[in-house]
Ligand binder design. Sequence first.
Ligand SMILES: Nc1nc2c(ncn2[C@@H]2O[C@H](COP(=O)(O)OP(=O)(O)OP(=O)(O)O)[C@@H](O)[C@H]2O)c(=O)[nH]1
Length: 384
Amino acid sequence: MFDYLKGSAKIHRSEYTFWRFKHFHIYQVMLPYSGFVLSVIPIYLLFGYFDYQHLQEDAWLATMTRLFFSFLCVALLLLLKRYSPKHLDLAELTLVLCVYWSLTYIGQMAMHGGDFNYQSGGILVMAYVGALSRLPFKASFIALTFMAICYVWMISPLRLEHDFAEEIDRLSIMSAIYIMCLIACLRRESETHTSFEQYSQIRSQQLKLKASQRKLSLQAVTDPLTELKNRLYLTQNAALFVQNAKQSKQGMSLLMIDIDNFKSINDVYGHQVGDNVIYGVAQIIRQHCGRYTGMNIRYGGEEFLSVFHCFSESELQQIAESILTDVAKLYWPDKNLRVTVSIGLATNKNQSLNMHELINQGDKALYLAKQKGKNRIEIYSDKP
Ligand SMILES: Nc1nc2c(ncn2[C@@H]2O[C@H](COP(=O)(O)OP(=O)(O)OP(=O)(O)O)[C@@H](O)[C@H]2O)c(=O)[nH]1
């Protein structure tokens, strides 16, 4: 069963690579050069000058044929380039087939008029497919084989009748050109595959680099113990936070939370237990404030800060009380240890404070809570 799954994963991967290659071929190889394809058309039209020398009174029919196919191919190419670039190879293939068929038709007209020397430029179309076009190999093969069949079907019998030996010579040259063009197309296809592989490697390295950059910049602003944001995050985002508060006319408010008597927890139970306490308190802060703000900061060793946009003093007090209650429920039975926190609360009612001043006010309120006996909430007031 696992082999079957592995097999199906392989098929999916190869299908995926196929479509990625096709996408690369269209957007990186064909589309940037699609303008060059149009350059074939003026050359095709200019060759109409020779029609008048070789066809005399039938030349108007050749001109009409050239004009008709030019219009058709340019319209198709421009339309597909704009609305469906993934079909550009189809447009170029159609152009090559139409141009070659019309040239064969014109050459045939000349021969019916007794002129067997008029090449009408068909061989140039073969050279174009072999040397200049960026069609995938399959399309190039179809184009070149179509040209070979057209020649053998429409031109060769008339020339064989006229001059057998010369036409055999010509056929051998045509066959050599056909094979050389096919080899050139095959080489082009393999070069495209090589550039696709290089492109894919660079792309995947770019993606990996971006992902590790994202991870590193997240790590730089995250406290590893509590997974809350750190002071660097606060410094980097304070200005934007204040600006948003001003723009939305919501004001700002803040809770400053400090674990009580933390030094003695460290001294009595050791730093590992101290770390567990910090982690436990941080999770309660995240639980109560995380859904309202992304600004939950480990501000110092056992000091935390949560900054909000949209709370009134009484709403914020409710949140602070629930933090106080939940911290009091924390218990480490093996150490018979319970902890408490003190919370300072400040609100920027008049919307004129900056982050620095608001933190100062929170700090003062926290200091008051500590002075008044800890395990309590104090609200900043500018009255003495
Ligand atoms: N385990 C641990 N301790 C830390 C960490 N960061 C700071 N501390 C300790 O936290 C203690 C803070 O002590 P104080 O600032 O005196 O505060 P306190 O003992 O809580 O006193 P009050 O704030 O007045 O209740 C110091 O002993 C620091 O060494 C940490 O990441 N882990």
